[in-house]
Design a protein around this ligand. Structure first.
Ligand code: LLP
Length: 401
């Protein structure tokens, strides 16, 4: 990801910025397409993970669909040229304005999260003399074994329709003439690396499928959601997520009937490893108890560590590169410079503005370039201008096309 030319380029660029390695993105998309097409599975990109225009353009060029969670995401998906037959609209609180926008765009499917929402979509579709494609998002009560802030499929979560409400769903579907029932939708959480969890999900999906069919509803679409995790600890050696194992679980345990389509909504796994947040050391504060590296990027550029205690690999590109080139030509030779523990913090006026405590790094100096890795998912999209900061910029690798 970082050769000498890249680092030279960083030296000449104003920080902080997101650096997108379009080669990594392309390889990741290739791997996902290969692994999913083996089983005829359909992948929709969860646009919420990153709506940087160049990233979205590349994803669209691979033929993936778009999973949107707001009217603006639906609009953006259409503007980026996604096939409307591959655009789905999820979200627990779709406004009337957003539903109307999606109806006007003739998207493929609404993933519906409550009985009341079914009635509203039906009314709005009727007013336009249209029929809306519908999948019912079911809360399967499957524990994703991930951080509780990014778990979505448990009874106590706000998402989806609980199984005890399914009779109401069936009754409502029967009387809503402007809805076309397409299938069932699930999403149990994010950053899931334990494939057992997906096996449990398959079993629940099979049960739910039986329930609908026993109540007279044919299922065309089984939408399993997203959530495949990435390796935040080894971005250089484990760059491509394990798409093979992921899709294999579904091919093995999901009861797919002839004519049915299996849909996935991957966000993080497609984009996380393709970007790093590049920042500079503004000040080094050596205290009696702590040493601080104060960066020119903070929670306004990358919120994940502060919000979910998320781990991101942190590197000092200026010093590690020096140590590496002293040692050997091989770019991955581990550096041997003495390590110092730093709390790596941002400039924002909040104590929580800390990327990580006690990070082992080579002795660092003002002006050093720091890379915070695996920042392509839920990074730039969650940036803010708190403290009236400038919006973070983006830089792209030259292998972009
Ligand atoms: N489908 C639905 C209905 C979702 O809610 C999500 C993510 C996805 C698909 C895509 O999940 P993925 O494949 O990216 O795991 N900001 C948090 C993650 C929030 C995920 C929200 N929903 C983070 O930075 O970890």
């Amino acid at each position: 990801m970082f050769n000498n030319n890249t680092i030279q380029r960083f030296n000449d660029t104003e920080t902080p910025f997101y650096y997108y390695d379009m080669g990594v993105l392309r390889n990741t998309l290739d791997a996902c397409r290969d692994a999913s097409s083996k089983y005829g599975f359909h992948v929709h990109y969860a646009m919420k993970a990153n709506f940087n225009p160049k990233v979205v353009d590349m994803i669209q060029s691979f033929g993936f669909g778009a999973d949107c969670v707001s009217g603006n995401e639906v609009k953006s998906a259409m503007e980026h040229g996604f096939d409307k037959g591959k655009v789905v609209f999820a979200g627990v609180g779709k406004s009337d304005k957003e539903i109307n926008l999606a109806l006007d765009a003739d998207i493929f499917c609404f993933n519906v999260e409550s009985v009341q929402e079914l009635e509203i979509i039906n009314d709005l579709a009727k007013a336009k003399n249209k029929v809306a494609g519908i999948a019912i998002r079911i809360n399967p009560n499957v524990d994703a074994h991930t951080h509780h802030y990014i778990t979505t499929g448990l009874d106590e979560n706000k998402f989806g329709i609980n199984t005890w409400q399914l009779n109401d769903v069936a009754e409502t579907l029967r009387k809503c003439a402007n809805l076309k029932f397409l299938g069932i939708h699930f999403h149990i959480g994010s950053q899931i690396t334990d494939m057992e969890v997906y096996r449990s999900l398959c079993i629940r999906i099979n049960e739910m499928q039986d329930w609908f069919e026993n109540h007279g509803f044919a299922i065309k679409i089984l939408n399993t959601g997203g959530g495949l995790g990435v390796d935040y600890y080894n971005p250089d050696t484990n760059t491509i997520p394990d798409f093979e194992s992921y899709f294999k679980v579904f091919s093995k345990f999901l009861n797919v009937k002839p004519g049915q389509e299996v849909h996935f909504e991957l966000g993080r796994a497609l984009v996380a490893q393709s970007a790093s947040l590049i920042s500079r050391v503004l000040y080094v504060k050596n205290g009696q108890k702590k040493n601080f590296l104060i960066l020119d990027a903070g929670m306004t550029e990358l919120m994940r560590p502060m919000l979910y205690q998320a781990y991101h690999t942190i590197e000092n590109l200026s010093r590690e590169r020096e140590a590496k080139s002293e040692g050997a030509d091989a770019p991955d030779t581990p550096h041997t410079a003495p390590q110092i523990k730093y709390d790596v913090v941002g400039p924002i006026c909040e104590s929580t503005d800390c990327f990580r405590k006690d990070v082992d790094l080579p002795q660092s100096y003002r002006g050093d370039l720091i890379a915070i890795r695996t920042a392509g998912a839920y990074g730039e999209v969650m940036a803010s201008n708190y403290n009236l900061r400038d919006h973070v910029q983006s830089v792209y690798s030259e292998t972009a096309d």
